[in-house]
Ligand binder design. Structure first.
Ligand code: XMP
Length: 514
């Protein structure tokens, strides 16, 4: 959804923080997009950005085959900010010198601003500021017409500027919260680019609804509703745009949380959406019978889901579009030329559907980060409790019951999960945790209850904090709270004899256990 609004374009050279730069710019109400470092100049001109940021990256500008943007970006006469590798690129491009540093700088460092600059407006000079660094090369000679404006612990030239062309370079990462002055620096760059604020939840929602109305007209759309934030927000947008021409399908895989169907019905009835619920739990359980391997389980569930959805969708006549909850990080990741990551888990989604069903895709939130999806959801009147819900994986409880699945284990885990989440809410912890879950370990353990011998399953509880779900740390929940939760679970759920708490970070552990 490219619009008329002022844009800051980020060219991605592979830094793990690139997405964060875009989020920080958008947090200030300015539209920002991430594109690959070698994006065609005609595309860049079409986007008509007010400014460009060159991201950091793992390469060296001194490599023979170094990553470079199209040179023409320097003739667009718009402000440019190079961050880390981006600064080194600027240095090389304009005749400065970059060498391998004898001392690498990773993590916290100190920046001293040595000269007043538009980029450092309202930031004190000649005092130390905490900044986050991650580099092994450094600039030792600023290019001609560039002035050094700051130095750090290990780099004499940690920031430079050319005030005639408004090109700036900084060796540290302003997008990372550890850089105390980072937000101010990005705000100053936005000012230098003369961007007008236009990126607010209310404007975004209105534009989306307007665009869908004009793109889709009177055609029909189907959408697989999962009860999660993304598909619910997509449903809300589509329903506001096309009303009765939206049909939602909710598939009960039998692997859902307790009361999930009731919650989904509440959402759709408040939005007056056509909803078909399909109880396909027998089909899923049958297909999963005897299967222990996590990847096999995921594949079976994905296939069953597509089959059931396909069969239901066929019953709705003259459908042209399939709604999908793709969000911006998925778009960036799948278009990034630098990502050659291993498939750790094959995520279940409805990706195979459009081809099979010959439907066009409508992806209203594909330009939004998760926090923006939430804000749009609230703007459209979705309940706060739904918007702040922790993620729940497509394969559901199947990847939280280790090994083979059966009805009894599902029932136990549904009850356990319900109690765990209920207690976290009671203790005001739910919204401080990014994801909490319970896992059923299919080994039995001995216990004693009321003088009677118990022999039941082991439950592992997991609660993590994370910003992007790529890395995560286990939450510190007090022993007292864990103790209360454990007591409730063992007392209230038949078949559980023991509760443990998972303290593994990601990496090396993943968030789900399978
Ligand atoms: P992992 O276990 O890979 O999970 O650390 C990261 C995040 O992704 C969720 N997850 C999934 N979501 N389909 C989904 O829709 C899946 O197959 C799937 N597997 C994991 C997980 O809950 C966590 O939020």
């Amino acid at each position: 959804m490219i619009s008329e609004r002022d844009l800051i374009l980020i060219l991605d050279f592979g830094s793990q923080y690139t997405q964060l730069i875009a989020r920080r710019i958008r947090e200030q109400g300015i539209y920002s997009l991430v594109k690959s470092y070698d994006t065609d100049i005609s595309e860049i001109k079409n986007l008509n950005p007010r400014g460009i940021i060159l991201s950091g990256g793992p390469n060296s500008v001194n490599f023979k085959k170094t990553l470079k943007p199209n040179k023409e970006i320097f003739s667009l006469e718009i402000p440019i900010l190079g961050i880390c590798y981006g600064m080194q690129l600027l240095s090389k491009e304009f005749g400065g010198k970059v060498i391998k540093s004898s001392k690498k700088e990773f993590g916290d460092s100190k920046l001293i601003i040595r000269k007043k600059s538009k980029l450092f407006k309202d930031i004190k000079i000649n005092v130390e500021h905490k900044v986050w660094m991650s580099h092994s090369d450094k600039v030792i000679n600023a290019p001609l017409n560039f002035t050094k404006i700051g130095e750090s612990t290990n780099s004499k030239i940690a920031a430079f500027e050319n005030t005639t062309t408004d090109i700036f370079g900084i060796q540290f990462h302003p997008e990372v919260t550890h850089t105390s002055i980072g937000k101010k620096i990005l705000k100053n760059f936005i000012l230098i680019c003369k961007c007008k604020k236009s990126w607010t939840a209310s404007k975004i929602s209105k534009e989306m609804i307007h665009k869908i109305k004009s793109d889709i007209g009177d055609d029909k759309v189907i959408l697989a509703l999962s009860g999660g934030v993304d598909s619910s927000v997509v449903a809300a947008i589509l329903s506001k745009a096309i009303g009765k021409h939206l049909s939602c399908i909710f598939i009960d895989t039998g692997l859902l949380r307790k009361n999930e169907i009731i919650e989904v019905k509440n959402i759709t009835s408040s939005l007056k959406i056509n909803l078909t619920t399909v109880d396909a739990s027998r089909k899923f359980l049958l297909a999963l019978r005897g299967v222990k391997d996590p990847e096999k389980k995921r594949k079976i569930i994905g296939k069953c889901f597509i089959d059931v959805f396909n069969a239901e969708a066929k019953k709705i006549k003259n459908v042209k579009y399939l709604g999908q909850g793709t969000i911006y990080p998925d778009v960036i990741e799948s278009s990034s030329k630098n990502s050659e990551s291993d498939v750790i888990k094959s995520h279940h989604n409805v990706g195979g559907l459009p081809k099979k069903m010959k439907l066009k895709l409508v992806e209203p939130i594909r330009d939004l980060f998760k926090d923006e999806v939430r804000r749009v959801g609230l703007e459209l009147g979705l309940p706060k409790a739904l918007i702040n819900r922790h993620p729940f994986p497509g394969p559901g409880l199947a990847v939280r019951i280790l090994g083979e699945i059966n009805h009894e284990k599902i029932k136990i885990l549904q009850e356990v999960d319900y109690i765990f989440i209920d207690e976290l809410r009671n203790q005001n912890l739910y919204n401080k945790i990014d994801q909490a879950l319970a896992v059923l370990i299919p080994s039995k353990s001995v216990g004693v209850m009321g003088d009677k011998r118990q022999y039941g399953y082991v439950i592992a509880l997991r609660a993590v904090n994370t910003t992007d779900f790529m890395t995560a740390t286990a939450c510190h929940i007090s022993h007292q709270t864990l103790n209360n939760i454990s007591t409730r679970i063992v007392n209230e759920v038949n078949g559980v004899a023991r509760v443990v708490y998972d303290i593994t970070s990601k990496p090396p552990g993943t968030i789900e256990w399978e």
